[in-house]
Design a protein around this ligand. Sequence first.
Ligand code: HEC
Length: 94
Amino acid sequence: MKCMRLLIISLLVVVAILPASRVLAGEEQTPEQRKLAMEGARLWPIYCAQCHNARPGSEFSPNQWDAILMHMKTQSNMPAKNIRAIKEFLKTVR
Ligand code: HEC
């Protein structure tokens, strides 16, 4: 029983780490991700420079961007779809 729980936990960890390692390894984006990132490139200077200077993608790690954008979403009431696009953009221009 304990063994099963360990197995499930380690699987969850792998699933959580996989997307980040794909970005860190600089592997190819899927076409959908590329489209999202291009949309994000268009939206980033519009949305993210309203209250402060737009901060470049290189300033934070992909994981930090996850947390920051969750916070900025509550600050600004941006649609989730646009936040996803900006996040993809910031994670890829590093
Ligand atoms: C409605 C105003 C507003 C908008 C729009 C906004 N921010 Fe912010 N942002 C803030 C405020 C206020 C702070 C500093 C205080 C805080 O953290 O709540 C901040 C802080 C930050 C920080 C600093 C975090 C740190 O630890 O140094 C980053 C990075 C950031 N924002 C990125 C973004 C990005 C990317 C966007 C576009 C998706 C965005 N912001 C849009 C208000 C905004």
